[in-house]
Design a protein around this ligand. Structure first.
Ligand code: TRP
Ligand code: ZN
Length: 519
């Protein structure tokens, strides 16, 4: 499901009609990648998926996963062959009800040759049957399937889907999902969206429905022992939360944070506009990882996020992604600032709301923290490179860029931009350039230099640029703790005090940086 503005879709169709008469199009294989410069083999060409129906059976004791995934798609060219992204062992493929030949190539390509050529514009139904032990399947020494003592979890970015279902694995091909998981009684399953269950002797089936468009990496699966809670917000939005009974000393802090999901969703709705999906929630499995991920509706949290106590900041970050990342998704992975810059800035807004430091104070503090020669300033948040997608600067310098925008257009326009952008791009994909154009339209100001300086130019901008890093105003600071002399941890006299929220916000990624060795 590729949602574009109606105007541009019509213009695109017109351009196509003018340049290539449909009858002259050559039938051939679909491309092995969708055309993302950072990840040439991510996604595939030649078709557009509208729905995934994923039926699974999983045995936690042995890690045996059996699956049948049915994909509804439309061919975008005459197709003699097409690829799906998948790494598990395939038993059988049917295309429009007929057995199809299949082969594997590269890291994750499943090449499917249908019995008949598929005409451009026609509907295609693909059934893939498979069975494997996903925890044992590695690519480049790595498995996205995390084994736990009582099951397994997939939550990964930019790619994780290939370890549990075949797909067109790129954020530009969004689709609706039904995920149905059969597990032995006493085991539970978590996925995205609304939940119903059914029983048969010895087994329970968990049916999750995602009725809104969802990018493939935002689909998550967890099987294991979970305490699942279902509730509704005061506004009537279903809330599903789930906790491994195995969280040990982190159990209380995890619940004290994730149980605030409904309240924090309501607060963010005030900032970004209506919550875009049919349910909201989060789950905390017993995984050894450190990160959290904005899996759609049903957020994945590692217990390590709650190791130092409750953490509403990480919940705000992941919930903010439901708007910035999930509803409005990147057009290609180089546009990651549209996700992480805004999710981080939401943590700053929450800090502001909680009187733990304003956006301006956090921006100035970070500006001072890294001297001009620090590698922090070498990353361009607007185009960081495939290996620095989640570098600290994408988040922190990325959020400074939003504070710089706020300083330039004022509060009223900034919040109008955030809300308007969300309603204009809902369930679609976007680029930073489009965001800049939108912000210029709403504010009536040229913003090219601002975006260039903060997102695309390596090096530390001069103090005072866009109102960031000007002379410290220690006396005026609202966040200096009583009795503090306004000294930074380094103790430099006259330096800005550390905002109270800073450590907690930073912890969202220090856990993360350790794992990926990125700054
Ligand atoms: N998008 C996640 C966040 O900021 C971070 C993240 C990056 C991640 N890569 C990941 C999480 C891989 C899980 C797996 O919240
Ligand atoms: Zn994030």
């Amino acid at each position: 499901m590729r949602k574009r503005l109606i105007v541009s879709a019509a213009a695109g169709a017109l351009a196509l009609l003018l340049s290539v008469p449909a009858s002259a199009a050559q039938a051939g294989p679909g491309a092995a990648g969708i055309g993302d410069p950072y990840f040439p083999y991510a996604g595939n060409g030649g078709y557009d998926v509208s729905h995934y129906d994923i039926r699974l059976k999983y045995q936690p004791a042995t890690d045996e996963l059996e699956g049948t995934t049915t994909i509804l798609a439309t061919a975008t060219q005459d197709l003699t062959r097409f690829n799906l992204d998948f790494v598990l062992q395939v038993k059988e493929v049917l295309v429009n009800g007929r057995p199809a030949r299949f082969a594997t190539s590269g890291e994750q390509e499943l090449e499917i040759t249908p019995a008949r050529t598929i005409a451009r514009g026609s509907a295609v139904t693909v059934v893939v049957r498979y069975a494997d032990k996903p925890g044992e399947v590695e690519r480049g020494g790595y498995s996205a399937w995390i084994r736990t003592p009582d099951g397994g979890v997939v939550a990964n970015e930019p790619e994780g889907a290939a370890w549990w279902y075949p797909s067109n694995d790129h954020p530009t091909d969004k689709a609706t999902f039904d995920v149905s998981v059969l597990v032995p009684n006493g085991t539970q399953a978590i996925s995205n969206g609304t939940l119903t269950t059914s029983q048969r002797p010895g087994w329970t089936r968990y049916n999750y429905r995602q009725a809104k468009p969802q990018a493939t990496y935002l689909a998550t699966l967890a099987v294991g022992k979970f305490d699942i809670r279902q509730d509704t917000t005061p506004g009537g939005l279903p809330v599903i939360t789930a906790y491994s009974p195995d969280l040990g000393v982190n159990a209380g802090a995890a619940r004290a944070s994730v149980e605030r999901t409904g309240e924090l969703t309501d607060w963010l709705s005030g900032v970004f506009g209506p919550y875009p999906f049919d349910s909201v929630g989060g789950y905390v499995p017993n995984v050894p990882t450190g990160y959290a991920l904005e899996t759609q509706n049903q957020i994945f949290y590692s217990p390590a996020q709650f190791a130092r106590g409750s953490n509403t900041s990480v919940v705000v970050h992941e919930l903010a992604h439901q708007w910035f990342g999930d509803s409005v998704s990147v057009q290609r992975w180089s546009e990651i600032w549209l996700n992480e810059g805004f999710a981080r800035y939401s943590q700053w807004l929450w800090s502001e709301h909680e009187n733990e430091g304003t956006g301006q104070e956090l921006a100035d503090f970070i500006y001072d923290l890294y001297p001009a020669g620090d590698p922090f300033w070498t990353v361009r948040p607007g185009d960081p490179g495939a290996d620095r997608l989640f570098a600290g600067a994408v988040y922190d310098r990325g959020a400074i860029a939003i504070q710089a925008l706020r300083n330039t257009v004022g509060d009223e326009k900034l919040f109008a931009i955030l809300k308007g952008w969300q309603s204009e791009r809902k369930y679609g994909n976007a680029t930073i350039q489009q965001f800049q154009a939108y912000a210029e339209r709403v504010s009536g100001k040229p913003l090219g230099e601002l975006f260039n300086t903060w997102l695309y130019t390596p090096g530390k901008p001069a103090a005072g640029t866009s109102g960031i890093g000007g002379a410290p105003a220690v006396a005026a600071s609202a966040s200096a703790p009583a009795g503090s002399a306004g000294l930074a941890p380094g103790g430099a006299p006259g330096a800005r005090p550390e905002p109270k929220s800073w450590k907690k916000i930073q912890e969202t990624n220090t856990v993360h940086e350790h794992e990926h060795g990125q700054r």
